[in-house]
Write a protein that binds this ligand. Structure first.
Ligand code: PHE
Length: 445
């Protein structure tokens, strides 16, 4: 039997996990979700959700992975809890499902790097988005994005994912910082910042039933929990890291990049529409090029911006593919054909999303409102109540102080559990009982 792969260094694991967390979620989804759900009110709930649910759930996934050193399905068997392996399987299905449309958006981004370079994306941004976001060309760029993802995953943990993210994550931060400095010089900057940071509790209270699930969903999606990805990444940890410090580092970095992206995107949107809240899902793809068209050096800024988005998207897509690949590799299949075969199947699943954006929204709705919260709930119950003390012992490994682990277990069993139950209930209510939202569960046939 071939020896199972591991990360070469602890920093390698942390950067790979940050790479997974930082993605389209931070740069594409976060600013427009914030903009459409009450700005700073959304931000406040999001931050609370990262601390109360996100970090404890992230640690729960880490514990399953590092305890067993196995993929998310075999991990449950190794723990002697085969009846629970459907939880890992559900997460893996979630990864499979999400990658299918994530890659379509990734394809748009490749297109926009090129379109900014030759200037085509900036001429008539609305028409350009309409032309490239759906149809045969979107399918072709979706294929290209998937191909890059497959190549990195096929190269393996150390020579593929770890090596790639070691370059990707620092590049994202440096380039975004540069863009944020540039955005600060724009006339709309003050308005953009105000939108992001002026806190209005009233905005949460009046829309609680939609702002809360949206912000929590965003927090969990952004941290990459709920899709078995963090179970898988933690399974490659060789030595005993301090999982708590690693988890906090990852969550803080991820939030930092999200806010940084907001500092780039919202000032740009403000130069253009006057109200950053009007961007919508096309914000990044329509409003940004519109704003850039009127700026000196707009094309250069456009190339840098979409390059950042592309790098971030790739460092996440590889983690989604790895969660699925890992299971088959642990079953004894060889990595290269497995990654390639899975890439091909997931590509096919994404063709409807590439053909028509209505499908893309449907896939995204099901992933973030259904798969994600339900899997997180099951993971919390499993680690808190089924693994219990074993989980606490595992978190303790490699930790200096002792106090955090019992506190974490207690929180997982009570506060976190109740919060996740509340979120699942709100999501189900939205999906099944609110006619306007219910469209999500009906495929757009
Ligand atoms: N966290 C990624 C993002 O924000 C998306 C993702 C979710 C990746 C779940 C892996 C697992 O874009």
């Amino acid at each position: 039997m071939v020896e199972r792969e591991t990360w070469a260094t602890r920093v390698g694991f942390i950067l790979a996990a940050i790479g997974s967390a930082v993605g389209l979620g931070n740069i594409w989804r976060f600013p427009f979700q914030t903009a459409s759900s009450g700005g700073s009110a959304f931000l406040a709930v999001y931050l609370l959700a990262v601390v109360v649910i996100g970090i404890p759930a992230l640690l729960a996934e880490f514990v399953i992975g590092r305890r067993t050193h196995l993929d998310a399905i075999n991990a449950f068997k190794r723990l002697g809890r085969s009846q629970w392996l459907f939880v890992g399987a559900l997460g893996i299905v979630g990864s499979f499902w999400t990658l299918s449309y994530y890659s379509v958006v990734g394809g748009w981004v490749i297109r926009y790097v090129v379109g900014s370079l030759n200037g085509n994306a900036l001429v008539a941004p609305g028409d350009y988005f309409g032309a490239v976001s759906a149809g045969p060309e979107a399918v072709a760029f979706h294929a290209a994005f998937m191909l890059i993802t497959v190549v990195i995953v096929a190269l393996g943990i150390e020579r593929g994912i770890e090596l790639a993210t070691k370059f990707m994550v620092p590049s994202i931060v440096v380039l975004l910082l540069g863009l944020a400095v540039f955005a600060a010089t724009l006339p709309g900057a003050g308005q953009g910042y105000e939108f992001l940071f002026s806190f209005e509790p009233g905005a949460i209270a009046s829309n609680a039933s939609t702002v809360i699930p949206a912000a929590v969903g965003q927090a969990l999606f952004s941290l990459s929990v709920g899709f078995s990805v963090m179970i898988t990444y933690a399974s490659y940890i060789g030595k005993d890291d301090n999982l708590f410090t690693d988890g906090v580092t990852i969550a803080v970095s991820n939030t930092f990049v999200g806010v940084l992206a907001g500092l780039v995107v919202l000032p740009l949107l403000a130069t253009q529409t006057g109200n950053p809240g009007e961007g919508g899902p096309g914000a990044v793809f329509v409003a940004i090029p519109t704003a850039l068209a009127n700026l000196p050096l707009g094309r250069v800024v456009g190339v840098v911006f979409f390059l950042v988005v592309l790098i971030a998207a790739l460092s996440s897509s590889i983690s989604l593919l790895e969660a699925v690949t890992s299971y088959l590799v642990d079953q004894g299949l060889s990595r290269v054909p497995t990654a390639a075969g899975l890439g091909a199947i997931i590509f096919l699943l994404g063709v409807p999303s590439a053909w028509d954006t209505a499908w893309l929204s449907w896939f995204d709705g099901i992933a973030v409102a259904l798969f994600l919260p339900i899997t997180v709930l099951l993971v919390v119950v499993f680690v808190g109540w089924v693994m219990g003390r074993d989980a606490m012992d595992e978190l303790r490994q490699g930790m200096g102080s002792d106090g955090i682990a019992p506190l974490w277990l207690w929180a997982l069993r009570t506060v976190v559990l109740l919060a996740v139950i509340g979120v699942v209930a709100l999501n189900l209510y939205d999906l099944f009982l609110t006619p306007e939202k219910g469209v999500y569960i009906v495929p757009p046939l």
